[in-house]
Design a protein. Structure first.
Length: 277
């Protein structure tokens, strides 16, 4: 009986790895990558965005845009991704592209490489700045880097080499990075028997910690309640602080926090107010 069970496991493992394959999708997923003017979520801007939309039937659609960030690109950043001020001078601004980009991703889950900590928060900032109401309430996010770090501890170029035996040509080009991320995720699902080909599982597995906002200023405690993760109120319930210190809410809105963090705080305050009515 044990021998039969072990044989069955081996057969299932081989079958899984041979079918590298389409992900099991119930809705589209958009893998995306950003090249930016820097790494400050609140202040830096997108200079290139590439989106690979994968549909449940296996169809793939890729869109890539150069974006005028309306600010100079630092020389040290140009040295990384190679996009210069001249390259984007006559390109549309993100505000001009926002509705088109949102239309592409609005029905989809999201995936990327370090996306939960950088790409999604920065994309949210750009969307809100362009007055497009972006949130993650009805979608999941898969961070392929987190899966990789939990299993192997490497970089995207090394991940592509390790999992797919491919060299990453055009690294730090948004489209090349996006396609590499998608290929790495499929290879991860095929390689590890304990990683399920299921978007909900992958989203849970690739999350480091549950944040109410993207930037990690508001986290959930074990009871699923929002708490501050910083400053003098670290670990305290957001609802309690907003109730006991009304001025703290105004300070947060006027301080240099990401727009999405402010959006979440406002929603919590409104929810608390409505619960009192």
């Amino acid at each position: 009986m044990c021998r039969f069970f072990r044989t069955t496991q081996i057969v299932q493992s081989i079958f899984k790895r041979q079918h590298l394959m389409n992900l099991n999708l119930t809705k589209p997923i958009c893998f995306f990558d950003l090249e930016t003017t820097g790494v400050n979520i609140s202040k830096d801007r997108i200079v290139e965005i590439s989106i690979l939309k994968v549909f449940p039937n296996g169809k793939e659609e890729t869109k890539t845009w150069l974006v005028n960030p309306e600010m100079p690109i630092p020389k040290e950043v140009i040295a990384i991704h190679g996009i210069t001020d001249a390259d984007v001078a006559n390109k549309p601004t993100f505000k001009e592209l926002a509705k088109e980009i949102h239309a592409l991703i609005k029905d989809s889950d999201l995936g990327g490489f370090n996306s939960n900590r950088f790409d999604i928060p920065l994309l949210a900032e750009e969307m809100l700045r362009a007055e497009v109401d972006f949130d993650m309430k009805n979608r999941l996010s898969i961070d392929v880097q987190t899966i990789y770090h939990k299993m192997e501890q490497r970089t995207l170029s090394a991940a592509l080499q390790f999992y797919c035996n491919q060299e990453l040509e055009g690294a730090h080009g948004a489209e090349a990075d996006t396609k590499a991320t998608f290929e790495v995720l499929k290879a991860q699902v095929a390689k590890y028997d304990d990683i399920e080909n299921n978007i909900k599982f992958l989203a849970d597995f690739s999350s480091r910690k549950k944040f109410a906002d993207f930037a990690g200023f508001i986290v959930y405690n074990k009871n699923g309640e929002e708490c501050f993760s910083f400053g003098k109120h670290k670990g305290k319930l957001v609802t309690e602080i907003l109730e006991s210190e009304p001025g703290y809410f105004g300070w947060l809105l006027n301080a240099d926090f990401p727009l999405y963090t402010k959006k979440v705080l406002t929603a919590i305050k409104l929810r608390t107010f409505n619960n009192k009515i």
